[in-house]
Design a binder for this molecule. Sequence first.
Ligand code: 3H9
Length: 703
Amino acid sequence: MNPLVHYRLDGQLALIGLSRPPVNALGQPLRATLLKACERAAADPAVRAIVLHGANGLFSAGADISEFGSPASHAAPDLPGLLLRLTRIDKPLIAAVGKLALGGGLELALACGYRIGEPGARIGLPEINLGLLPGAGGTQRLPRLIGAESALNMILSGEQLDASRAHLLGLFDCLADGPEQLLEQACGYARDLLARGAPAQPAAPYPNPGAELPEDFFAFYRAEHEARWKSRLAPRLVLAALEAACVLPLDEGLVREQDLFRQAEASRQSQALRHVFFAEREAGRVPGIDPAIELRSIRQVAVIGAGTMGGGIAMNFANAGIPVTVLEQQADALQRGLGNVRRNYEISVQRGKLSQEQLEQRMALLRGTLDYADIADADLVIEAVFEKLEVKQQVFRTLDEVCKPGAILATNTSSLDVDAIAAVTRRPQDVIGLHFFSPANVMRLLEVVRARETAPQVLATTLKLARRIGKLPVVSGVCFGFIGNRMLEPYAREAMRLVLEGATPAQVDAVLTGIDLNMGVLSMLDLAGIDVNYLVRQANHAAFADDPSYCRLGDELYAQGRYGQKTGSGFFRYEGRQRLDDPAVTTLAERLAGELRIPRRPIDAGEIHDRCLFMLINEGIQLLDEGIALRASDIDLVWINGYGFPAHLGGPLHYAEQLGLDKVLAGILACQASLGEHGQRWFQPAPLLQRLVAAGRTRIETF
Ligand code: 3H9
């Protein structure tokens, strides 16, 4: 059995190595074993100092996230108690930090009197990303070590610092020459400390961290940042903990921190963010595909089309150091496309995010061509041409002719039938959908569309590659719009219908931003293009042809040339970047409602919430039941990373679980009953939702 902790004596030193792969998460068994080892060293008169390290190099990624919300999280010894005990051992403790010290892992290092890092080490307090605050002394010990303002910024950003920055800030006392030398040099450092008669805990550089701050610092900070935090609880709790560090003695501050931590841990927001953490790790796993499957090697990529999408896609590969050839039909379009890519990089240089040298390196990886023969050797080809089935099929016929055997052929369609695209080739097993979101070089989500005949090896290779280029891949089956755009359809439909019935676009969007979505759905349509949305609708027209009111408002805006932000008007009016209400839209809605005999009435926020969000949720549950998504959490990831759904609500399906599935079902049935023909036609609860509620289940899963 893995001993969890290695204990070894080296002269007057006890070397204690954490050994719980993969990341030394500080769950209860590890905490208990670590405490025992430290007590043993404390009690051994032959031991004069203790070196704590990661037995396999990596120090610790913090508390065990899977324990939160369960009794194990606070089971003895709890992390704050364990660390408090370490600070009271009357022998110097030296943390030898290899690779990572995050969250509770860094707090463990902070409880040691001394810290040495290796040059590649990264440290941080990322608890905020889990809706938490550091809860094992981090909010109290860090400000005493590096000052209150630096501590506040580090905790609120959740950012990881590299070793040299950590050294500069005083988080590391010194740096080892390399990872191999870390333990040996940590021991050398420990011996130096003993030789110097250094105390177990050196004096804090900022014993009274509040003294350095202006009196109104926290009030000012809160006022400046609160709008950006929206309804997130964790930043507010962090601020309260830092305030405590500035006004209370350490022992009282630690008690206060624990109170605040427990509040955060029990919150729905933290529960949701923990769900997202595990969802992201789960998304890469595909049932039935052996994780050890042999992958195809991807050394060269080609992108067909140098438009905004093609250029953005190509940048992802250049950023990851993978050569990419961009193919266009016309020389001027190619030049324009590559010029746009360079301009994008130049903006990054101006913002200090990229050096001029890196820009040149990336541009050197990009090659333009007008000739399909130049992409014959590509290992992966991604088509990013006009969103029309016939056009894409023609490209795939050509790819089938020119590409080498074994090349993966991908389409960047956002809604079209990937099976129908694969069918025009003689190698449908090599065809897959890769739906990048716009701007493709920025957005993290990648819908990976598994067609009927896509080979498991092709899917596994693409998932791995997606991670290599920094994307979050989510697997979708083939259906119109895949996961994201298919769910957008009923959500947008309901929003447009609400405006016909009497709501204003501003009212609809305010309800959605009111629960912290980045954007209301109507503003989002304005941004994406009313014309784009219209064309997508047309491609699926048969599904809605029998409802004359279906998206009528969107159709009329399209007919009037109000394409959204790019034409200065859509559901809203735009002056520069400013979005304004437009009475013309209300007038138009009144006219259309009259023509369609839809009575207009005042509509309240609750109705807007339920109609838009329950339709979104219902569609998600339906496509899970159809097997389009592998799991509910994948759907959540799509909406968080592709459509601005707040991560602290956990995505639409986690949100539904938190609301209560019975309430969601009751809400859908209430709309069905109260909205006449429209209700009967569209508010049909997904059979899976009905089955779940009937069975008394509270989690969304297929059964
Ligand atoms: C905290 O510390 C609170 C304290 O202040 C107070 C407490 C009282 N726990 O991401 P990967 C698993 S809050 C449990 O695929 P990578 C992960 O699920 C914590 N499990 O690898 C995965 O399992 P599986 C603050 C964890 O190399 C496997 O390890 N710390 C934890 O891309 C590999 O992970 C954080 O927020 C954990 N803490 O990235 C750090 N960490 O293979 C969270 C990882 O079964 N972790 N696992 O799917 C990370 O940011 C990344 O996982 C890390 C490695 C950078 C460490």
